[in-house]
Design a protein around this ligand. Sequence first.
Ligand code: SF4
Ligand code: SF4
Ligand code: SF4
Length: 341
Amino acid sequence: MVHPKIIDVINNDVCTACGACASACPAGAITIGKAAEIRDPEDLTLYTHGAAPNVCEGCLTCSRVCPVIDGFMDDEFANVEQFFGAKSSIKGQDGGVTTALVSALLAKGEIDCVVAIARDDAWGTELVVYTDPEEIKNAKGTKYTYDSVLSALTEPFDQYEKIAVIGVPCQAHGARMIQENVNDKIVLIVGLLCMESFHHETMIEKIIPEILELNIEDVEKMDFGGGKFWAYTKDGEGHNVPIKDVAPYARNPCHHCCDYTSVFADISVGSVGAPDGWNSVFIRNEVGKKYFKMVENDLEIMEEPKPGIGLVKKLTTMKHKNSGHYLEVCEKFSFETNGIR
Ligand code: SF4
Ligand code: SF4
Ligand code: SF4
């Protein structure tokens, strides 16, 4: 049996744990741990399912949907058709645009469901398939910890016809690979901006209590801004440390990732490039244009937000520069590089 190439991805610790392979595998052979690193590269139980140790059928579907094997884009802005600022009436991380967008599309019946991450007071997270436009508002706010969003698509693929995916760049990329190669029920991909993410345990046991010296249950919001990592407590206080104090604790695949703006999404949404309280929005194709147009009247729009796309480009260049190890892996295993050199 030919080994899927994702074995190389996993062995080299560049698997992002996006979950695309898990939801695309026709044999149900792949399970994803919360942390990619908990997988033992020598232990192929990753490819076991229940009591059937050799369930992998060698169809290589997983290798066709893996964003790491597909590679990254050198120019993340070549497909940006529109860039502007936007803000909703929903109190979200910044402008609440992502939540407002999918909530309105659910209400209009334009999408049947969206997979998103909800959290509790102790920042424990859960993947939820939302179909209710009001309930999706519970998922608002950036978590900075990682959940395997695409692995939760198995059930929606059976039950729904029009699925929206919200995810960080590796998940937006995996969703595009699934849509192009396996399942066209994904009708909209909303990608977020992402410099890095953290394992839950690292955030809850190290960064918040030891580095910021806070109780996790007191924290209401986390954010990156002005060269600092911020945690805002329920009493309204903002606490921060320099990003350099937390960045080394990011998940290993994030240190090798060359996508900052979700170049494979239909619409990308972030906060960088727009003023406080606003989102930066990147429309990347006709699908993005079509869905955004359906909801734009519910939003405030800022045509030329400051500090603007220049800052986003600067951070993108920085991320690409810091991800050199990825190229060594590509070279070793002949992965695509999609232009990144
Ligand atoms: S090769 Fe096919 S059966 Fe095996 S894990 Fe990959 S997708 Fe599943
Ligand atoms: S598809 Fe995603 S979860 Fe699967 S091996 Fe590739 S990066 Fe990892
Ligand atoms: S940096 Fe963000 S997009 Fe890249 S692998 Fe990490 S979580 Fe995924």
